[in-house]
Design a protein. Structure first.
Lengths: 487, 200
């Protein structure tokens, strides 16, 4: 069984306080973004307009600059500079989030000893997060999160010394951005810099791994053991700085370079280093290109993204020898992704269709040499196809269905062998996830706005195949009823 | 990690000290508008183009949003909140700013309907008691005073607004549009919106 961290998930009341907008302006169903939500992120979480002051720093210099330019333009008698933002109350953009979920799997998947849980039918609070979400200055904003995740059951602990590095509190998604705009002839450009800790956390679309559906998952149910490197293997284990640009609200370009944090740094930030695949030997480049034409109520995105990883696996992930060194040889992974999204805004609904495909080319020099992998090279593929319909301005009901498929090369070293046939197993898993969610306040302001919102979700995941076999795959089918609070 | 921390620190300092040199971005209040209305205020999805619009019209509409007299669904959802903290002086600032930007025509209507739309715009539909648009909005749909520029606005926006006049929604006090536009049928609205989307 693989115990997964619940994904972090965001729709922050601090953004609502900053912008004065209800949640539904940026979210079809949080954290899924509308076109305006994507632009808010693109502009570095700095757009304001709400009843609270946007940043603690004065923006009067910008206003003065405007007045000066306006004088040159001949608007002197029309302009009477005002600085209303400076007269507002400043509330730090801090938010909290909690997800309480009930998990039922078709067969009990929490192995004994199950403490502190039961074998099945558990209610767990996980994750609980605190955020900084909003502007720091007129041009810099941040989305940064610390998270409590419920502990693993005793059976998930291996009994090796490596378990001493497991944590419940950790840093989580972090994305600090600088954004500005410029015009060059016919080109209107938003440009910026992102510093973040999770490849794709900075992305604007919910087709890339960090923000893809399902947005909330059970922390106890089993999930497929294999995923591509881009799908979270280095989440919160890297630091990256990149540049991005959006041209004429049409073409998005980004290039970011990542380096892994060292063993001690990861451990200090609450991440168990041995739960990761190892350390990167070189700077890992990440690229992103997306074309997003929009017309009327329609928007379409077609894009590609990818990353190259040079991974030195841990020499002794059990920590039995007490070393935190990595192997001299490395495994190299080249992930190439393609994604698309179509979104339509009705009078009181959103229709969103999404598709993503990641193909990972693996060159396993280290694992093959150490007999951990049976093949020197492998392929791994991950595909998601999703439709979502969010109906209602308030009392919003969201229906989402997703087909997922992970498939790749059979490898006895990595995935074991079939006990019946003796054949090497594949990483293949596939199935469906369906979810119905209720969001009481989306387009208008709740009683507690802008301090509170919630989402109630009933999610079912059905596996046709799980970790290379269809035998017993249904045992992992999971019902997850959850209440998600943001404040 | 140390390098990232340093980068963040440098960026934070640069952002704190640099706004006066970053005029292209305009003041923060402008960004609060271009967030949804698109780069350079040229419109984005359902948010209409602001660039080149009549400043008096922009100012009057901000006032209408503030006073909740412009009451169609998207106005309620987005604009009532967006202008709640915008004072009269700031509204004037923003109106002048966006009026000064050269507008780009959306050109997204049906070209085959444009000729019919032009006829309606210039001559009205006398048999249906529809007055010509030209009389108030000007020969090139450029608007005057607080009568808006229509030329080059996006087809879906024009179509939606023309439809809303007969659906009981309001724009401001004293506008004749509910009376003028209520006789327009779907075909006339498509033609008119198509024509106007191409007007430069």
């Amino acid at each position: 069984m693989t115990i997964g961290f619940g994904p972090s998930a965001q729709a922050l009341p601090s953004f609502a306080r900053q912008t004065g907008q209800p949640c539904g302006t940026c979210h079809t169903d949080f954290p899924s973004l509308t076109p305006y939500g994507r632009r808010f992120k693109l502009l570095g979480y700095t757009a304001g307009g709400g009843q609270f002051r946007t940043t603690p720093f004065s923006s009067s210099s910008g206003v003065n600059a405007r007045a000066e330019l306006d004088k040159l333009r001949g608007y002197a008698n029309a302009i009477n500079p005002s600085v209303p933002d400076d007269s507002k109350v400043y509330v730090p953009p801090v938010s909290l989030m909690a997800i309480v979920g009930y998990t039922h799997t078709q067969a009990a998947t929490v192995a004994p000893p199950t403490d502190p849980y039961r074998a099945n039918d558990n209610v767990v609070l996980s994750p609980f997060s605190a955020f900084w979400g909003g502007a720091i200055t007129d041009h810099i904003g941040a989305f940064a999160q610390v998270t409590y995740s419920a502990p693993d059951p005793l059976s998930a602990l291996s009994g090796t010394p490596a378990d001493q590095f497991k944590h419940t509190w950790s840093w989580d998604n972090a994305d600090v951005r600088f954004a500005s705009t410029a015009s060059f002839g016919p080109f209107d450009v938003v440009y910026g810099i992102t510093a973040n800790n999770n490849p794709t956390v900075q992305d604007l679309w919910n087709t890339t791994p960090a923000w893809s559906f399902p947005y909330a998952v059970s922390s106890l149910a089993g999930t497929p053991a294999t995923s591509t490197m881009l799908e979270g293997a280095f989440a919160a284990r890297v630091g990256g700085v990149g540049a991005y640009s959006s041209i004429n609200d049409l073409l998005y370009l980004e290039l970011t370079a990542y380096k892994t944090l060292g063993f001690g740094q990861q451990n200090s930030l609450g991440m168990n280093p041995f739960d990761g695949p190892g350390l990167l030997g070189n700077v890992a480049p990440y690229w992103r290109v997306a074309l997003e034409p929009h017309w009327g109520r329609h928007s379409l995105m077609v894009g590609t993204f990818g990353m190259y990883f040079d991974v030195h696996p841990w020499l002794d992930p059990s920590f039995a020898t007490g070393t935190t060194a990595t192997q001299t040889q490395s495994n190299r992974f080249t992930d190439v992704g393609f994604d698309t999204q179509y979104q339509y805004q009705g009078d009181n609904y959103w229709l969103t269709l999404r598709g993503s495909y990641i193909r990972e080319f693996q060159r396993l020099d280290a694992s093959f040499a150490n007999l951990a992998a049976a093949n020197p090279t492998n392929l791994l593929n991950s595909m998601k196809l999703q439709a979502s319909f969010a109906y209602g301005n308030d009392n919003r009901i969201v229906l989402t269905g997703q087909y997922f498929n992970i498939w790749g090369t059979a490898d006895a070293g990595l995935f074991g062998t079939d006990p019946t046939t003796g054949m090497a197993l594949t990483p293949n898993s596939n199935g469906w996830t369906a979810e119905v969610a209720y969001i009481p306040f989306s387009a208008s302001k709740s009683i507690g706005w802008p301090w509170f919102n919630s989402r109630i979700g009933l999610q079912y995941t059905y596996y046709n195949k799980f970790n290379g076999t269809s035998i017993g795959a249904h045992d992992n089918n999971t019902l997850f009823l959850h209440a998600w609070f943001a404040m | 990690m140390k390098r990232i921390g340093l980068t963040i620190l440098v960026l934070a300092f640069a952002g704190w000290t640099a706004p006066s040199s970053a005029w292209e971005d305009g003041p923060a209040q402008v960004r609060n508008c271009t967030w949804c209305h698109g780069m350079a205020g040229q419109g984005y999805t359902v948010a209409p183009r602001l660039a080149g619009q009549r400043p008096d019209y922009l100012e009057s509409q901000i006032k209408s949003f503030r006073e909740h007299t412009r009451d169609n669904p998207f106005s309620k959802q987005y604009m009532w909140s967006a202008v709640a903290a915008v004072g009269p002086l700031e509204a004037r600032d923003l109106a002048v700013y966006f009026a000064s930007i050269a507008p780009k025509p959306a050109s997204d209507g049906d070209r085959q309907l444009a000729a019919r739309g032009r006829t309606i715009y210039l001559e009205g539909i006398p048999e249906a008691n529809v007055a010509s648009c030209y009389a108030c909005h000007g020969p090139n749909a450029e608007g005057v005073r607080d009568i808006p520029r229509l030329g080059g606005l996006a087809f879906p926006y024009l179509k939606m607004r023309l439809e809303q006049w007969s659906q009981g929604y309001h724009s401001g006090t004293g506008t004749p549009m509910p009376t003028v536009a209520r006789s327009l049928g779907p075909a006339e609205i498509d033609a008119l919106a198509s024509y106007l989307s191409f007007v430069r």
